[in-house]
Design a protein around this ligand. Structure first.
Ligand SMILES: NC(=O)c1ccc[n+]([C@@H]2O[C@H](COP(=O)([O-])OP(=O)(O)OC[C@H]3O[C@@H](n4cnc5c(N)ncnc54)[C@H](O)[C@@H]3O)[C@@H](O)[C@H]2O)c1
Length: 351
């Protein structure tokens, strides 16, 4: 069986992940591209021997398309993904699932109404070092998790996004909404839930716009740095640092401290996973390196989404999982704005 993919939004994440990974998947026969900036769609269609849809409605109305990647900017996910699901397509939606809980809930509800597959691109779950670390934690090979620290920072989205200037939508409050917290922080919240099999329930935070400016030299409307403290349902405590101002080198590392030692993930450029036992013994795993903005290797996300359709199983990152991570990020933003500790309540994800 061969599937046909549609992609909404033909910017950087489509160029570096969705288009090449659909094209490399043996069960995908064609990609139809749509962007409100048509030349971007045409460029990718010519590169991948695909076709172009004239409008979003045309893309969704095409009965030959089985699944759609929603790679539009953040403020459109709840509109485009809902339309695609209710139009009968399986949907792989980019993160953050939405800027608001209401938007995320609309997407989750549309999945339930349509009974189509919905997956959110929290790709950190798919890297080999994260998967191996989760396995070691689950098997309690180093005892119980006590504390953790996680970081995600690079030089900023103006170096990544398709238009490569400080006019990028990532810097606008209406469009990116949550700044670096929604861009990078949400990846690590999802990762912590996945690694620890636990959920963050209390948060405090500081955020700031420390360095990024608009083209006219004003500070951007959203935070470019955020540092938070986190407490989980199982009582573990840790920190998160998310930054668009780590110039010169990306940091995508997580360290987990357990009763029997330490797991250092993407902390060493040569060894993606280092296990340090309590007595100092060390095991270094030479697993694949993580994708960075400058080094985009296959994420495995598209293969996993396609498999969930072909084999009719639940995708590994559901809308509900992403909604829970969004809830944590919104709580972190509230904590930073009100300089208080915010408690998170409500439904938990399945991890
Ligand atoms: N999972 C990840 O690791 C990861 C990494 C980067 C970006 N992203 C996410 O992917 C999404 C896109 O980011 P990007 O880096 O590709 O941005 P980008 O600015 O490079 O490209 C966005 C593209 O979408 C198009 N677009 C926006 N809204 C549209 C709409 N309503 N209809 C049609 N086209 C539309 C724009 O014209 C542009 O070509 C964002 O939600 C972002 O957070 C995820």
């Amino acid at each position: 069986m061969k599937l046909k993919a549609g992609i909404i939004g033909c910017g950087s994440i489509t160029k570096f992940r969705h288009a090449p990974e659909y094209a490399a998947n043996p069960f995908v026969e064609e990609i139809v591209f749509y962007d409100r900036n048509p030349e971007r769609a045409e460029l990718l269609a010519s590169q991948y021997a695909g076709s172009v849809a004239a409008s979003l409605d045309d893309l969704i109305a095409d009965p030959t398309i089985d699944m759609i990647s929603d790679c539009s900017s953040n403020e459109f996910h709840h509109i485009n993904s809902v339309k695609a699901l209710l139009g009968g397509k399986h949907v792989l939606c980019e993160k953050p699932i939405s800027l608001t809980l209401e938007g995320a809930e609309q997407i989750v509800q549309a999945q339930k109404t349509s009974n189509k597959k919905l997956m959110i691109d929290h790709n950190q779950r798919f890297t080999k070092a994260h998967q191996k670390a989760r396995q070691l934690i689950k098997r309690k090979e180093l005892g119980e998790v006590l504390t953790f620290k996680t970081s995600f920072g690079h030089g900023g989205p103006e170096l990544w996004g398709i238009n490569k200037t400080n006019t990028t939508w990532f810097f606008s409050k209406d469009r990116s909404g949550l700044g670096v917290a929604g861009d990078l922080g949400i990846h690590k919240i999802d990762l912590l839930h996945y690694l620890l099999d636990d959920e963050i329930q209390q948060v405090s935070a500081f955020q700031g716009t420390l360095d990024k400016t608009t083209v006219t030299g004003e500070p951007i409307e959203v935070c470019d740095n955020l540092v938070c403290t986190l407490k989980t349902a199982k009582g573990r405590i840790g920190t998160g640092a998310f930054s668009w101002t780590y110039y010169g080198e990306e940091d995508n590392s997580t360290i987990i401290y357990l009763t029997g030692g330490i797991l250092k993930i993407y902390h060493d450029s040569e060894y993606p996973l280092i296990v340090v036992e309590k007595d100092g013994a060390m095991a270094k795993y030479q697993l694949e390196t993580i994708q960075t903005n400058d080094n985009q290797t296959s994420s495995g996300v598209i293969d996993s989404f396609v498999n969930s359709i072909l084999h009719e199983h639940e995708p590994p990152v559901t809308g509900e999982d992403a909604l829970v991570s969004l809830k944590v990020i919104l709580a972190i933003m509230e904590a930073a704005e009100t300089e208080s500790i915010v408690h998170i309540s409500g439904p938990m994800s399945k991890v």
